[in-house]
Design a protein around this ligand. Structure first.
Ligand code: HEC
Ligand code: HEC
Length: 442
């Protein structure tokens, strides 16, 4: 039996306050409910009931700090990460950056169903908005920290086709990078490998050039490039932690209603509210899309049919969970600053069994309206299509003994489907500050 496999039925408290919420948050949620009850003399019982349930889904608190990457200057790291995120020089052919697939104009997701970088990928590039709230990264959870997730794309042939060397090159040649690096990490990168004789056609720094940039460089450290790669990934993570949107109409509506304030100006009307009731009730979406992040952070097989038909071929969690455990950059490894902490422990205890074949991570639904197409292959072009799928489970695939028992055809009316979609559309927050969405290389 795999202890991490969802779902175990939530306790009534968990259900009320959202699964696995920290205590403090649960208290805040409780307070909201109490405030609601306090004013009950004037409030409609239907509103009270709505508030009680809605408080499990709002507000979204900031992600907790990542103990595996405590950096001396997170702001400088975020700025460094911001540059790296948009820097096409990091890719093999100099045309692709993270922003190519995680498009800031498209909720930091990819408008194309399948990512296409240096070669066609088999999965869709998901949104990076609020990404730091995830417990596992990638559709199959190949990474256990946000920073280690970035190491893959930096080197994967499918994605950027870049190379550690190219990364370090850009550090050497660009003084802005060198400055930000020194500020963020209060140390100089260990870069001995770049002092070795270059392959034909490859440029390397002379020891003199390098020590001019980083006076306390240790040219004897064999692990140099790995360290720099991990640091760059951590800077990218510091940047991605900035990719958060403000309150959505749903958040604002619940807050105003709880405070007894007018909700008139908030674009959250009867349809959205009926949609929420379906979401948190009969349609059972909340079972997996739970809590203020609208994700239980775990993996499920929804049976969504593959993009190009046929039988599903992607093992999902089954493969990626094993890759994670073998990854030298995971939270238990030498580049993690918290090798005995909670994140590392979760990875160490992870048991992957064949029942996880074809499971994918529950995505957040915050800002979901911004990021079509949907699912791990971008199989569905619209939210209407996603809801229609859940409603009927038509064309659902996957071996029957692997299939989630939770998912059953719902039997919604056309109007109910529209309400559910209206609710999903009310989860779009105010935009990420422009400072972080702009390309720093005009
Ligand atoms: C060629 C397209 C492409 C590029 C370039 C790319 N990614 Fe991705 N990204 C993807 C795909 C596809 C996935 C899903 C991967 C998986 O499930 O294994 C993904 C997943 C992620 C995730 C996990 C999100 C989640 O919800 O779990 C993060 C974080 C991420 N990418 C960050 C980055 C960063 C940082 C860069 C630049 C260093 C980058 N990506 C470059 C396509 C891309
Ligand atoms: C059994 C758990 C489970 C339940 C119940 C569930 N979902 Fe999902 N949901 C998932 C998983 C897992 C994915 C990703 C599936 C994939 O990529 O193949 C997903 C994907 C989605 C997406 C696509 C998001 C994106 O960014 O690609 C939407 C929208 C969505 N679900 C809405 C709903 C709604 C609405 C309901 C209720 C009718 C619901 N879900 C019920 C687990 C669940």
């Amino acid at each position: 039996m795999n202890v991490l496999r969802f779902p175990k039925p939530p306790s009534s408290d968990e259900r009320r306050y959202g699964e696995k919420l920290p205590k403090r948050l649960a208290l805040a949620g409780g307070l909201l409910v109490l405030m609601g009850l306090g004013a009950c003399s004037e409030r409609d019982p239907a509103d009270e009931d709505f508030l009680r349930r809605a408080s499990a889904f709002t507000p979204l608190q900031p992600a907790s700090p990542d103990e595996t990457m405590p950096l001396p200057d997170l702001e400088a790291a975020a700025e460094l990460g911001h540059r790296l995120f948009f820097d096409q020089r990091l890719s093999g052919d100099g045309t692709i950056s993270c922003a190519t697939c995680h498009d800031p104009e498209h909720g930091f997701a990819d408008p194309r169903p399948l990512a296409d970088g240096m070669g066609q990928a088999t999965r869709h590039a998901p949104t990076l908005l609020h990404v730091a709230h995830h417990r596992w990264f990638g559709w199959g959870g190949k990474a256990d920290t946000l920073w280690s997730q970035a190491i893959g794309p930096l080197e994967s042939a499918h994605e950027m086709g870049g190379h550690r060397l190219a990364l370090v090159e850009s550090f050497f040649r660009d003084e802005t990078y060198a400055d930000l690096y020194n500020k963020a990490f209060r140390t100089s990168p260990q870069i001995s490998r770049f002092l070795e004789p270059a392959e034909p056609g490859e440029q390397r720094l002379s020891a003199q050039e390098a020590t001019a940039l980083w006076p306390d460089l240790d040219p004897s450290d064999q692990n140099a490039t790995h360290g720099l790669l991990a640091d760059s990934a951590k800077a990218l993570a510091a940047y991605q932690r900035k990719l958060v949107t403000g309150p959505s109409p749903f958040d604002r509506y619940v807050e105003a209603l709880a405070a007894g304030e007018s909700t008139e100006d908030i674009p959250f009307g009867e349809a959205e509210r009926r949609g929420f009731e379906l979401f948190a009730g009969k349609a059972r979406c909340f079972v997996c899309h739970s809590g203020p992040f609208f994700s239980d952070g775990e993996f499920h097989n929804t049976g969504a049919p593959p993009l190009h038909g046929g039988e599903p071929e992607d093992p999902g969690r089954y493969r990626d969970g094993k890759l994670l455990q073998a990854d030298p950059f995971n939270a238990t490894g030498e580049f993690s600053a918290d090798r005995e902490g909670q994140t590392a422990e979760r990875t160490r205890l992870l048991k992957i069994g064949s029942e996880q074949w074809g499971e994918f991570k529950t995505p957040t639904l915050r800002n979901v309206d911004l990021t079509p197409p949907y699912m791990h292959q971008g199989q569905f072009e619209t939210l209407e299509a996603v809801v229609a799928f859940y409603d009927t489970l038509e064309n659902s695939v996957g071996a029957s003994h692997h299939q989630e028992q939770i998912l059953q055809p719902i039997g919604l009316t056309e109007a109910e489907r529209a309400d559910l979609v209206a609710f999903l559309r009310s989860l779009t927050g105010t935009p990420v500050p422009e400072k972080w969405t702009q390309d720093p290389f005009p």
